[in-house]
Design a protein around this ligand. Sequence first.
Ligand SMILES: [Zn+2]
Length: 319
Amino acid sequence: MTVPVIDAHCDSLHYPLDGKGSLVEGVERAQVDLPKLQEGGVHAQVFACWVPVPYQRTGAAAYALRLVETFYKEVERSQGRLFPVRSRSDLEMLGEEGRVGGILSLEGAEALEGFPETLGAFFRLGVRWLGLTWNHRNAAADGVAVSRSRGGLTPFGEEVVRTCETLGIVVDVSHLAPAGVEDVLTVARGPVVASHSNARALCDHRRNLTDEQIRGIAATGGVVGVTFVPEFLTADPQGPTLEHVLDHIEYIAGLVGVEHVGIGSDFDGLGGTPPKGLEDARRYGAIREGLARRGFSPDQIAAIMGGNWLRVLRRVLPE
Ligand SMILES: [Zn+2]
């Protein structure tokens, strides 16, 4: 089996949800769609179900369900070219020519609306990845925007982490306030990931991780997904380039080892101009070439491009 290329985060489902085209047929202004993933050699894409802020307070579950349904409509439309990844055996199909695996993720526990049963229901619908918060407070924990509260996991949040581990859902701390990250690292028994966060040491943004947090994630066997969000890459007013992305990968690999870093682009959710040289999903080859230029071996590059995410998914997903 070829080591698959896996991207741990994109926000592209809002295009088909909002009637702005089909990801299977291709959406010109989308950074991720099926033709672009195929051209970029991406074998699996995590599709975030992000609930817009007004719906986070009310109607979050319904909004997330609409995104889940949108994903399966795209799967049906693709006639096998886009397939849902829900089990370890599905992972074995990744890397096959011309097919892309889609992994459903909830970005924020808002959609659970405070009930543990809703997590079970979303699991039955194929959700295999959960970010505990977006930037604000929810029933599970506080997001980075309310860090001053020093709030960590609530008892419900703790139950959510345990239930994820029992069912087979990846636990994601991107967007979580520092106290929550610490709590998840204490409570979790399996790997903990940060799907789309960079190194605070290189770019001092609240959404990035401190060295201590990165070490904590690595100690669980987890992975940090380096993201292309301009503000999380550099404060340089010129804007980021591919080199800034490589800097964050190299830094995290140097800190905790190459086996704990991956990619989590956040394409279609960047909130700004993408890094120069990484305009959309067709450009993944540039990361590979850049890493080779910086002296990473072919095995190390394969691990960073997707092998590390594959290891986590193999440990977490159900049979
Ligand atoms: Zn996000």
